[in-house]
Ligand binder design. Structure first.
Ligand code: NAD
Length: 305
């Protein structure tokens, strides 16, 4: 039996359309959500990612500014730019495209972003808030995965979820989000012994390792849900995930394709976080990192979701 395909493109279009409506409501209240994108260096993949994000902004009506710095920019140049964006009341979200050139510490740059403008959810405050089960800006990719699971009506509570990959931007927050929804979570990584023994137990298998063909059909539980986060470019130029899609689709119950699965949802969630940042910041005049006011406001937003 062939797995049902979870269509990320269609769901992402719906989320962007929700965002567009919310942007229109904010604009009527004289608030134009604005995302500042910081790009340092000239890596072709980063340029493409940034262009896609700017295009999504245009589509939903979010204003965007691109701050492009040369590959030899000094760390202090990036930090001063971030401080200026933090202080700019017209900027609601700040995104720094990773990776940064080697002379710049990504950690220092990300931790300089005002937590209330950290629409990628990478600031320590937002990472800690997610770990503590508090409302927060959640990282876009795992947030997109949760929306895909919900849209496909995949049960999460009490299910065994196995996450392959333990990075700060995907694997770890993914595990936290699944735990928040009361799944039993196993996290596997490059040092995990006998990966197959773990993946075979998965009701929900989320793979984010960056290894094409890592997950084969004999590693998947029949009828299970397989979410492929991986994006790998093969020598022939084609894009594939981490899952052997053709074989696994004959065994899984649900599966996401690559491209057209998690990727479009990541950008849609970035739009959602930016709109929520603008809505939250419009409620109080100054943004205070970790303030009670922000916390209470964000809690309301999360309840409304
Ligand atoms: P990363 O390199 O930071 O982390 C990879 C993780 O996978 C590590 O924890 C590593 O231990 C684990 N891993 C590597 N090889 C493994 C193996 N053989 N067995 C088990 N675990 C293994 O990567 P990342 O930034 O988390 O990205 C992972 C993949 O997801 C990449 O292909 C990336 O392009 C893709 N990605 C996609 C989106 C999207 O929007 N769809 C967003 C972010 C990342």
């Amino acid at each position: 039996m062939a797995a049902a395909i979870i269509d990320g493109r269609r769901l992402a279009a719906q989320v962007r359309s929700e965002c567009r409506e919310r942007v229109q409501a904010l604009v009527s209240a004289r608030i134009t959500p604005q995302l500042a994108v910081v790009l340092a260096g000239d890596e072709p993949a980063s340029r493409i990612y940034v262009q896609n994000k700017l295009k999504a902004c245009e589509e939903v009506g979010v204003a965007s500014t691109l701050h492009a710095l040369p590959h030899d920019a000094a760390e202090e140049d990036v930090l001063s730019l971030i401080r200026a964006l933090n202080a700019d009341p017209h900027v609601h979200g700040i995104l720094v495209q990773l990776p940064l050139p080697p002379q710049i510490s990504a950690q220092r740059v990300i931790f300089t972003i005002e937590a209330t403008k950290d629409v990628d959810g990478f600031h320590l405050y937002n990472v800690g808030a997610l770990a503590a089960g508090e409302p927060t800006f959640a990282p876009c990719t795992p947030q997109g995965v949760m929306r895909l699971l919900d849209a496909a009506a995949i049960p999460i509570e009490g299910q065994h979820a196995v996450v392959v990959g333990a990075s700060n931007i995907v694997g770890k927050p993914m595990a936290m989000m699944l735990m928040r929804r009361h799944a039993t979570v196993t996290v596997c990584h490059v040092k995990t012994r006998d990966l197959r023994a773990h993946t075979l137990q998965a009701d929900i298998l989320v793979v984010a390792a960056g290894r094409p063909g890592l997950i084969k059909a004999d590693m998947v539980r029949p009828g299970g849900t397989v979410i492929d986060v991986g994006i790998n470019r093969l020598p022939d130029g084609s894009i594939v995930g981490d899952v052997d899609f053709a074989a696994v689709a004959t065994k899984a119950g649900h599966i996401t394709p690559v491209p057209g699965g998690v990727g479009p949802m990541t950008i849609a969630m970035l739009m959602l976080n930016t709109v929520e940042a603008a809505a939250a910041q419009s409620k109080f005049r100054r943004t205070w990192q970790c303030s009670e006011e922000w916390h209470a406001q964000n809690a309301d937003l999360q309840k409304a979701r």
